[in-house]
Design a binder for this molecule. Structure first.
Ligand code: G3P
Ligand code: MG
Length: 392
């Protein structure tokens, strides 16, 4: 079943294996398709072999991203949001799935950081959050909160909204209170965003403009920092590096995390920066992806074979997922470490068209065996060929 075959799939049940494809560095470099990417996806679509796209990217609504991707990859069968997961997609579960541990309600006031303009705010609102503010809203109302972002005044004022409450530290009950900080995508203004996150972590229960009296209390763990209901801090992606349009890897959201953490530790005499990071390689994201892929495959089988296949016990379980990625520290490690609740085996396949460079000490598989892929291949087309040969 190498890619050479072009006969359309007869109406037969899709196989018990599937693919998960990373995007940046595997299918695209910025918006430019990597050679072989379009043909590989088109072939799998034609052969009814299920796959999902699993990216640490984000910043736009899933529906926008799949239409952009289908166009960039010239796919005649457009991708759907059912087989597309980006870094912040699991945030939608935070409201509808109490086990996510976020404890947020639709009316929690969340500070959404990252992305361009109001794109991430509208994604958060599409997930069901009703009270979403951005650093632009805060800065436009209180420019003195960070003296150096006035150079971005026209940008911020073009999409800022009035705050639901003023910042009024002398009257905390009527002052703006943030219930959680959710980083959706790479921040565009690390300085302002860092200042606001630090303000909130030092605040009394997320009331912006206050400082908790318990900060620095040596008798408390973490010197009292983050011991008084400060807003939880969520990041959607830990990537220190990623493969963009430039020929060398670029700093990702993980760069912002480490920069913020460095300042936090200096400010707090060494307190840890307590946060939750989702995205690859987190267990939360891989479980979310496997559940989504399993459902997508079952829907594909019912579409292909008829709805009677939906009868429980009729469809063979998903046995194997080939995870094709370019970043050993996210794609490969996540697949290698994933503990499937369905007995599904994840096989990690590393390509050379993105972040990974052979011989780089960062990827010394001897020292870091969790980064070692099942196989290293040139590109996504070679990855699909290799997997299909194994399934013959
Ligand atoms: O911001 C995107 C970057 O962190 C990596 O994206 O598609 O390689 O997981 P991807
Ligand atoms: Mg990648």
């Amino acid at each position: 079943r190498k890619l050479s075959g072009r006969t359309p799939a007869a109406k037969k049940e899709p196989p018990d294996f599937a693919f998960a494809f990373d995007i940046d560095g595997v299918l695209l470099r910025s918006a430019t398709p990597i050679p072989g990417a379009s043909q590989s996806l088109a072939y799998l679509q034609q052969q009814q072999i299920p796959f999902i796209l699993l990216t640490n990217g984000g910043g736009k609504h899933e529906s926008q991203r799949v239409s952009d991707l289908s166009r960039s990859l010239s796919l005649t069968t457009p991708l759907t949001t059912q087989n597309f997961i980006q870094s912040h997609t699991p945030y939608a579960d935070f409201l509808h799935n109490s086990s996510s541990g976020a404890g947020l309600s639709a009316h929690s006031t969340i500070l959404v950081i990252g992305g361009s303009g109001n794109q991430c705010r509208s994604v958060a609102e599409s997930y069901g959050f009703k009270s979403v503010i951005t650093p632009a809203d805060i800065f436009t109302s209180y420019p003195e909160i960070w003296p150096f972002s006035s150079v971005f005044d026209s940008y911020y004022s073009s999409f800022a909204r009035p705050l639901p409450k003023p910042i009024n530290p002398t009257s905390p009950s009527s002052s703006l209170k943030i219930d959680a900080v959710l980083i959706f995508h790479d921040p565009r203004d690390w300085a302002l965003d860092t200042q606001l996150v630090l303000d909130l972590l030092l605040s009394d229960s997320g009331i912006l403009g206050t400082v908790s009296s318990r900060n620095g209390d040596k008798d408390l763990p973490n010197n009292g920092y983050q011991q008084h209901d400060q807003p939880p801090l969520y990041f959607s992606n830990p990537d220190l590096l990623w493969a963009a349009g430039w020929h060398l890897p670029r700093l990702g959201q993980g760069g912002f995390i480490h920069s913020l953490e460095g300042i936090w530790r200096r400010l707090t005499h060494g307190a840890e920066l307590r946060r939750t990071v989702i995205g690859k390689p987190s267990a939360l994201t891989y479980e979310f992806a496997e559940k989504r892929l399993d459902r997508y495959r079952r829907d594909l089988i019912c579409q292909t074979m008829g709805s009677e296949m939906a009868t429980p016990g009729t469809i063979r379980d998903l046995k194997k997922v080939y995870m094709v990625g370019d970043n050993p520290e996210s794609d490969i490690m996540g697949a290698n470490n994933h503990k499937s609740q369905r007995g599904t085996e994840w096989v990690s396949v590393l390509v050379k068209t993105g972040v990974f460079r052979e011989g780089e000490s960062r990827y010394d598989f001897g020292k870091r065996p969790e980064l070692k892929p099942r196989i290293i291949v040139e590109n996504v087309r070679a990855a699909v060929d290799w997997a299909l040969r194994k399934e013959e």
